[in-house]
Design a protein around this ligand. Sequence first.
Ligand SMILES: [Mn+2]
Length: 261
Amino acid sequence: MVLVRTSTLAIGDVHGCGEELADLLARCDRWYPGGRLVFVGDLFTKGPHPELVVDLILRRRREGQRIDLICGNHDLRLRDALRRRAQGAHLDTLPETEASTIRQLERRDMLDAASDLTSEACGRIQIRDPRKRWVIVHGGIDPALGLDATPDHVKIQIKALEGMPHWWERYDGRDGLIVVGHKPLWAPLIRRSAGGEPFVAVIDTGCAYGGALTAYCVEDDRLIQVASRQPPSNGFTGPPAELIEPTTRSASGVLARTLAK
Ligand SMILES: [Mn+2]
């Protein structure tokens, strides 16, 4: 069965996991062929194959697929490192994570293309649908301020202090469905109203740490996952035993275990 309709697929933090992104997009193609892809940010650093991420985005755009990029905190870090590199900085003088990504991109002759995509991502804080039913942003919002009044830097990298509630635990849905990455969770987290309508989706499932890569169709309220190929780290113990396909709706209202990161 193929679900035919305009579909928007938010893609969680890829972090240079190019092979997993290929797996995930192949799976998305089965359910949502030609769907619009919106990457929630943190595209290239940490994982082993940033050049494959570049290649997939460019190739699919050439084939006519609509793809939008949103700014993550690691995209900003990479942009800064790329600027310093372009000004002649030696890789040894750059932060280790960014240096290793740049080294890999240079080796595969993908640095310029990756720089362009990183700049593009850094220029876009959020994507909101015209009817204001949903918004996709990297980190989240300050529920006390609301979506419109939350400063950009907060939207990019809001994180709960130790022992304090996450922003999504204090959000009541008044600004519609907010889809984010940024905070790696064991499982995607969907919060719902009493009527079952989703108003929060957290879809960073720690692919760079051996978890999974997750896509979420905002119109359909459905999740698609593939297993990470990376060694477990940062508290992850490996990919989830059961990956979520669009046939299985996410568990209603369940707060997933979160990483102590
Ligand atoms: Mn991230």
